[in-house]
Every structure is written in structure tokens, then in C-alpha cells.
Design a binder for this molecule. Sequence first.
Ligand code: FE2
Length: 153
Amino acid sequence: MDYEWPPFMVFLAATMELPSLYAMLDPLARVNVMAYREGEQLNWHFDRSEYTTTLLLQAPQEGGEFIYRSNLRSERDPNYDGVAKLLRGEDPEAKSLKLSAGTLNVFKGKNTAHCTSPVKGPRERIIAVFSYYPRPGVRFTREEQMGFYGRAV
Ligand SMILES: [Fe+2]
């Protein structure tokens, strides 16, 4: 599959009930592949893009679950109390998913808090993250590139 394969973007747009989605122009942000080694994890966060698409390339032997809490905040309500409750581990709405290699995960990362649990065992958790936007031509600024990637192109 190619990042700019049109049927994939049509599929994702339909999944997210959007008229269309476009590939980013940003050479750094459009596709990222990350590997998490034993003991590593991704801490709780929201994404800056409305929607996030990931493809798990390799599952770890244990751990590395995707943990999420849907609709924790909205454009109008940052719900700081709810975020604090989640971070204290006291939100019963938090869910955990053990993904297998090949799983395509599409979620509303902007208002869905998410993290991963620590990887256990010698096999890395390797995940590809695809970024698409509802308008064409999106690029990070030079400052954003530096902040995310430590370099600008
Ligand atoms: Fe994220």
C-alpha cells in the first residue's frame, strides 16, 4: 500500500464520514514509523490532527496495548477534571486493546486521549502512523518540524 493510494484515502474518508481526505505535503509528518523496545511506551496524550490512522507492523510478545478514552474533551470543553481523573487511573471508561500485526486502527485522536502500555519482551512494537487532513497541502511550519523531528526540510 502506498501512502497516497487514492482508494485508501477514499476508504478512510468514508470511515470518518468526511467528504474527502488529502495526503500531507509535509515530507516528515506524512508517514512515521516508530519502534518501541522493552520497557518503552507512549504516554497519555491527544493528537493535533482530528483523525489518526495507524497500522501495526509488528506486535510485541507482551504489553504494548493501545489504551484509550473516547470523547474525553471537545472543542468547547477541555474537561480538565476528566483528564486529571484519567491520569489518576480512575476513569472507568478507559479501554484497552491488544492489537495484532496488520491491524489498521482509525480513531479520533484529537479528543480521544490515548497511550500505550510498556512493551514486554525482546520483540519491538513497530507501528506506522499515517496523517491525512480534510484539506490539501497541509505542511508543518519550520518550528513545528524542529519541535517534532529536530530538523526542518
Ligand atoms: Fe497519538
